[in-house]
Design a protein around this ligand. Structure first.
Ligand code: GDP
Ligand code: MG
Length: 166
């Protein structure tokens, strides 16, 4: 079992934190500033039974200039080539404009998309179901997995779900 997983989501949802948690080293630059992750940095998780190659695709947001337009296109090319896509959102902030832009792009892609709701350590469990329903109305997801990338909650489950997509 081996495959490529793209991670997308608006800035600060926790993509780099997740990468660092599963890979166990600083593979992506972490910062509170948006868009500090400039490249598709790949982290590889190898176990006895599977290998997951993660790709950080930071370029999917509404472009303000032609370079941004190029970055969006290049990220979408990547999404078309992977085995599964992790669409990460922020449980605390909820559905927003940045999510809407990404969801529009995901509508044209046939790869399985997993909705990963991150930062569950920051919300009450009762808030999760309405949030999940709100996202599900916009796009059919192969799976929905709530996690805390910072604390590592439910990350094992997410990895199982990812391996199931290979
Ligand atoms: P990225 O822009 O999507 O790569 O987001 P980062 O990984 O850089 O994270 C942005 C901020 O959110 C950082 O301050 C992280 O420590 C914080 N963060 C990431 N994951 C979690 C989480 O599960 N819970 C909480 N409370 N904070 C998180
Ligand atoms: Mg990042």
């Amino acid at each position: 079992h081996s495959g490529f997983i793209a991670i997308i989501g608006r800035p600060n949802v926790g993509k780099s934190t997740f990468m660092n948690y599963v890979i166990g080293q600083k593979v992506a630059i972490m910062s509170d500033k948006p868009q500090t992750t400039r490249n598709k940095i790949q982290g590889v998780l190898t176990t006895d039974t599977y290998q997951l190659i993660f790709i950080d695709t930071p370029g999917i947001h509404k472009p303000k200039h032609r370079l941004g337009d190029f970055m969006v296109k290049s990220s979408i090319d990547t999404l078309n080539e992977v085995d599964a896509i992790m669409f990460m959102v922020n449980a605390k902030e909820g559905y927003g404009k940045g999510d809407e832009f990404i969801i529009e792009k995901l509508k044209g892609i046939s790869q399985p998309v997993l909705l990963v709701i991150n930062k569950i350590d920051e919300v009450h469990p009762d808030e999760l179901l309405p949030l999940i329903d709100q996202y599900r109305e916009k796009l059919p997801f192969a799976e929905v997995v709530p996690i805390s990338a910072l604390q590592g909650n439910n990350v094992d489950r997410l990895l199982e779900v990812l391996v199931d997509q290979l």
